[in-house]
Design a protein around this ligand. Structure first.
Ligand SMILES: [Zn+2]
Length: 126
């Protein structure tokens, strides 16, 4: 089963990389407005913000990585990192879970939401 869902750490990394490029493109556009100084400064500033933001995200990924659990993917055998209750393999996108109760269940991103589990708890209590 192949999912559109991809590994969380990979996804965040892609966003950070996209931001670096966006920042560079914005700064480049700014250079085209050399004759309008304030426009150039504005673009430079926005570009800088995008790049700073991506640095922050990269830092955040580093923190997440240390919290993620490293597992060997049963599908491709590579070492991948699982973040949260359910995640996808970084390499083959095989859905993975750390929760034995969810093993064999249809993959669903809702398993990562705290709200979902609170509702389940309520159901089992009533
Ligand atoms: Zn895999």
């Amino acid at each position: 089963m192949k999912l559109k869902y991809s590994n969380k750490i990979n996804k965040i990394r892609t966003v950070a990389l996209a931001l670096v490029f966006a920042g560079m493109i914005i700064m480049y556009i700014g250079l085209l407005f050399k004759s309008y100084e304030w426009v150039m400064v504005l673009f430079m500033f926005l570009g800088l913000i995008a790049i700073i933001l991506s640095t922050v995200i990269y830092f955040w990924i580093g923190m997440l990585s240390t919290r993620a659990v490293q597992v060997a993917c049963p599908e491709c055998g590579k070492a991948t990192k699982v973040l949260g209750r359910v995640d996808a393999c970084m390499f083959c996108k095989q859905p993975l879970t750390l929760d034995p109760n969810l093993e064999g269940e249809e993959f669903d991103e809702k398993y990562n939401s705290k709200k979902y589990w609170k509702e389940q708890e309520k159901k089992s209590n009533s």
